[in-house]
Ligand binder design. Structure first.
Ligand SMILES: *Cc1c(COP(=O)(O)O)cnc(C)c1O
Length: 612
């Protein structure tokens, strides 16, 4: 006879005992009248999702994680870049760790955009059609927010993110595309980073106010922590204040603050969302007193970062250096740092997954054991890399009809195409670059990255790289692959030989693509900014360009010169003439960096510093 669990005390009891109660058509058994009576008083309080009392009901989820974008699959275009990838990887690791967390974001029926590039590298943007029902299920029930005096109905879709052990973590995607809504409001959850600042503010109302109301409506009754991934979600603090407000007690600032966590991602003030109070008044009406907003979010403009800072008990930057810079930018606040990571299994290519499974079984649930990569023989690393490189070069041929030489040192550069990322730094001195390739072996480059539709200079940079490709032909092969997304990022970060990163200091808050590369044994050559300050050990995990973080800046041509020098005197000789030593660097990138720069470690730090 299989025993069943008493949902109140947890004792195992016979399945046919007399002390039984039906709840929602399901039978539950009890060890005593005491347990039965307790259950009947409030069945929802107990773990009744499973006949054995196994799965918790969602009422026991204590942490809500809010993000304007979440990246889970290429075919689910609810993200634009790094911020969304971080959110998706965070949720995956929370599911692996079975943390009691629920995610909240928006649905974006038209997504971010699909990028295509013409011959000259001019970007055009197409909206994406996708079927949310393939990834999520529509939940019954609606909540309401007020926008420009109109009631806007919001419904939610639930996407279940499965952890390594099968644990499901719910992500709620808010959707205003309902017949009852005014057409203007139906479009509010249409496109990510489309539209003007008024559209943007309304989206943030849906996320912040709507998100909290939806959680309440769905019965998330035990939430104690609200984590804002960037300031876009900061209006949630106002909703929490409003909920707790009463005639006798007034606004409970401390009570709300104790529950809120804010992760800032932007190292420059212009990166912070700000709205004029004229706009705020027009959109919010009198739903929130403006003097309260001014007190919490700035006198002149509603600054989302300031609001989040003022209303959070725990604030952090996304790498050690970024924490310091944020602290200098906001003196008087205490700003910690938790360095970003990536989800190890998601970003490890199949050939390296097999390798790790053989040498470090258990790495999927415990990526810290990637440190034991130190014992993997060179030839096996080489074999796994040849497969990953082959997959990438095949994709390059399929897309561009250009065949790359698998024997040639292949440099990858892919990220959002925007000025500070300086995709063109490596082309500062074309003659010098061409001279390098006269050395044994040569170089080839693979670029990718979307520019924001309104980022003219970012688009111009793509055109510049494409035109440089023509100049370099036929001495150096260079392709710019269009429509950078999760799937392409997986192929690229695993399949190149060297990952290049040349941001303008100190604008790279963290950067995560180099961590993806490290998970596949691909070393970085990078400016010392963001995560690389922590991940870089010269000649061991990769190489630096330019001065250390504490040293004064140098001009761009100096950085470019150092980049060429490193390639010429260190990197190319190692790759072509001491390939065993090159494989050592690959192994060390895994050992030192994959074992640390993962979201498993990152989420555990959030749990210890912010969620407890
Ligand atoms: C990882 C990733 C990013 C972020 O890369 P950074 O190095 O932080 O710039 C952006 N877009 C996609 C599709 C990614 O996979």
């Amino acid at each position: 006879m299989t025993l069943v669990k008493d949902p109140v005390c947890g004792m195992m009891v016979p399945p046919d005992g007399d002390r039984m109660a039906l709840h929602k058509g399901r039978p539950f058994r009890f060890c005593s009248e005491l347990c039965k009576a307790a259950f009947l008083k409030g069945p929802e309080k107990y773990s009744i999702g499973h006949p054995n009392g196994g799965l918790p009901s969602h009422g026991t989820r204590r942490i809500a994680y809010f993000s304007m974008e979440v990246a889970l699959a290429s075919a689910m275009p609810t993200y634009s870049g790094g911020l969304g990838v971080l959110a998706g990887d965070t949720l995956r690791s929370c599911a692996d760790l079975k943390l009691p967390l629920v995610g909240v974001s928006l649905l974006y029926r038209q997504g971010y955009f699909q990028q295509s590039l013409d011959e000259m590298g001019s970007q055009s943007e197409q909206s994406v059609q996708w079927d949310p029902a393939r990834f999520a299920r529509s939940l019954p029930g609606t909540v309401e927010v007020t926008v420009e005096g109109r009631a806007v109905l919001i419904r939610a879709w639930q996407c279940d993110i499965a952890g390594q052990s099968g644990h499901l973590l719910p992500l709620l995607l808010l959707d205003t595309d309902m017949e009852e809504n005014d057409p203007r409001d139906r479009a509010l959850t249409g496109s990510l980073y489309g539209g003007d600042e008024r559209y943007r503010f309304k989206q943030e109302i849906v996320l912040g106010f709507g998100g909290i109301r939806m959680l309440r409506a769905l019965g998330y009754t035990e939430l104690q922590r609200f984590h804002m991934n960037e300031g876009h979600a900061a209006l949630l603090t106002l909703e929490l204040l409003r909920e707790g407000n009463s005639e006798q007690n007034g606004w409970d600032f401390n009570g709300v603050r104790d529950q809120c966590i804010f992760t800032t991602h932007t190292p420059v003030p212009v990166g912070h969302d700000q709205f004029s109070y004229d706009l705020v008044k027009e959109v919010l009406g009198d739903t929130m007193p403006v003097d309260l907003l001014q007190m919490l979010a700035g006198q002149d403009r509603l600054n989302m970062t300031l609001l989040a800072l003022n209303m959070s008990a725990y604030v952090n930057g996304v790498a050690k250096r970024h924490g310091q810079i944020s602290q200098e930018m906001f003196p008087g606040y205490t700003i910690d740092s938790i360095t970003n990571g990536i989800h190890s299994v998601t970003w490890t290519a199949p050939s390296f997954q097999e390798l790790y499974d053989r040498h470090m079984p258990g790495w999927r649930t415990d990526p810290f054991s990637l440190r034991y990569a130190v014992g993997i023989p060179n030839n096996e690393i080489q074999a796994a890399h040849v497969v990953a490189k082959g997959r990438l070069l095949e994709e390059v041929t399929r897309r561009t009809q250009t065949s790359f030489d698998p024997a040639v040192l292949t440099i990858g550069f892919a990220r959002r195409a925007t000025l500070y990322k300086r995709a063109d730094l490596v082309f500062m001195d074309i003659d010098r670059l061409l001279e390098l390739t006269k050395q044994v072996g040569g170089l080839q480059f693979i670029f990718s990255g979307k520019a924001h539709p309104k980022d003219g200079p970012g688009k111009a940079m793509i055109r510049r790289v494409v035109s440089i490709a023509k100049q370099l032909h036929p001495h150096i092969r260079l392709v710019y692959l269009d429509n950078y997304d999760l799937a392409l990022a997986q192929l690229l970060t695993a399949g190149v030989d060297l990952w290049l990163n040349t941001p303008q200091r100190p604008l790279e808050a963290s950067g995560t693509s180099g961590m993806k590369a490290a998970h596949n044994g691909v070393p970085s050559l990078s400016i010392l900014d963001g995560w690389w300050i922590e991940g870089h050990i010269e000649g061991v995990t990769g190489w630096s360009i330019g001065p250390g973080p504490a040293e004064p800046g140098v001009d761009t041509s100096h950085e470019a010169r150092e980049l060429y020098d490193k390639l010429q005197t260190t990197i190319m000789p190692l790759y072509y003439r001491s390939h065993e030593r090159w494989l050592d660097v690959m192994r060390q990138a895994i050992t030192f960096n994959a074992s640390f720069f993962n979201t498993q470690r990152m989420v555990q730090q959030y749990a210890a510093s912010a969620y407890v």
